[in-house]
Design a protein around this ligand. Sequence first.
Ligand code: ADP
Length: 397
Amino acid sequence: MKILVLNCGSSSLKYQLFDMEDESVLAKGLCERIAIDGAVLKHSPTGKDSFTLETPMKDHNDAISAVISALLDKEHGVISDISEVNAVGHRVVHGGEAFSTSVVINEEVKKAISDCAEIAPLHNPPNLMGIEACEKIMNGTPQVAVFDTAFHQTMPPKAFLYAIPYELYEKYKIRKYGFHGTSHKYVAAQAAKLIGKPIEDLKIITCHLGNGASVCAVSGGKSVDTSMGFTPLEGLVMGTRSGDIDPAVIPFIAAKENKNIKEVEAILNKQSGVLGVSGVSSDFRDIENAEKDGNNRAKLSLELFYYRVAKYVGEYAAAMNGVDAIVFTAGLGENSGAARKIVCGYLTYLGLSVDDSKIGVRGQEIDFATADSKIRALAIPTNEELVIARDTKELLK
Ligand code: ADP
């Protein structure tokens, strides 16, 4: 069985084609600048030469057509007929309260995804465009939606409710949803395998530290709390997002800077985080380099970032009344031994002791706690695409 996994953004589309017999990736790639001048497709088939093709893509229909042509290409392709693709799995960012698992897409599901666009205006509309483009072009091929929010639907009300008038939750569904669920679910499951215990018996804290970043408390395999909220703005300090702030700061900035609420929200989403504090970049490698060159604000931005991660870990250890393992994943969590060392440095009170010879290992699953450490510390590369492909396969059965 072959499954195409799609992650559609407003101007980009990432894809991977899996052979589910052995879960191998047959090809992967990316369309960029969709609906903008200079659209480009980058296609990497496994075991064959990659290629880059500049071709106009006026919308997601054109992008999907370009991907299909690449998959079928005589020289760089990996299938000979599009009917070999048994199903398409879509990453959908927001499923609201409607979806606690992945689902086969039908008209009702599309309506629910569209209804969530109000609370995920940047993500759900392009996700839906990708779904509709596939319906048109791959007529009759089953499609599955896998939601970033679904894993967190097990959070209890005490974790997901905000202390605002309850009617606002009832009327508008204003509550914590959480994101990166596919990643948190995957790395928690891998952690349990690596530790060699059933996930049902474990309390795990997963730290997804990339450009967007969130922490999740996973008790017995279920998400019981997470740091992102109603939108992906809450929680950790991120590349360009502020994470938690006092909400009273918003009208204060608006008044002082003569801006409206939308403009202040854009500052918190796009000009804050480590970018805002450092003034250097939203990219952690750039900031680490600037810190090495003696840039004080770069140093400060990293201190804020790590301090907040450590505080959330402490919070979730309390929420679960204990923790067996801390897991690091995503760009920074998978690759930066320095990042892991700083966060773990805050956690010795939990009995965590790290093995310096292992902490810097990159891009592979590793338990880098010492043998006598009271809790485990792991780095696990995330693989959201594989989870989407597995869920899609499962639903087709
Ligand atoms: P997203 O998918 O949210 O865009 P990623 O998970 O790809 O983000 O993470 C991107 C971040 O990871 C970037 O800020 C990048 O600098 C950081 N990163 C990647 N590799 C390293 C590394 N070796 N050291 C430090 N930071 C790294």
